[in-house]
Design a binder for this molecule. Sequence first.
Ligand SMILES: *Cc1c(COP(=O)(O)O)cnc(C)c1O
Length: 219
Amino acid sequence: MSLDLITQRMRAAELAAGRAAGSVQLIAVSKVQPIDRVRAVLSAGHRLFGENYVQEAQAKWPDLRAEFGAVAVHMIGPLQTNKAKVAIDLFDAIHSVDRPSLAAKIASLAQARGACPQLFIQVNTGAEPQKAGVLPADLHKFVVDCRAMDLAPFGLMCIPPDGEPTTPHFAMLRTMAADAGLTGLSMGMSGDFEDAIAHGATHIRVGSAIFGARTYPAA
Ligand SMILES: *Cc1c(COP(=O)(O)O)cnc(C)c1O
């Protein structure tokens, strides 16, 4: 389990970027990992995790929270509108707000609940047709629309295109967040989190570098 190593590398990257130690949040991405690996990271004291699938998270986290106490769990995968209710009850943050229909659903659920998870707007910085996220050109209007629904988005999230240098995407996300008056920057994964920290990431999402490679169940 490499939690300590990742934490050390984070501290070094914060220092190199002239940022305060501990200013970046480490989201340990536990999707499809064997439960004993997740328990090991919890036992080491870590209390912030990321999940991609509502059903998987729902099957796992109520029990783990009962056992380990308060644990923050962030939704980082695509969210279907019909799963928004479960998601709002389960997650402390949603990083994949990416369309008006989902924003409207979250707004009405949050109103009824009197509380809303922290929200990140996912931006499709590479404008990839198959990828979720608001296109950069549509972001300004989307932020305005969210605020008109009484949502208070906290930040932006991106998943840069595979096989491309990630730096331009991190730099772009940072500029867009500043322009929109948003402080959160969810960017950087196992292979590039130090670069993301250099570009202002507030939340990095690290899975395999902490837990080891993921094995997806056969379909
Ligand atoms: C799975 C996943 C991660 C973690 O990826 P690793 O390369 O294992 O660190 C981060 N962000 C998102 C959105 C993911 O789906």
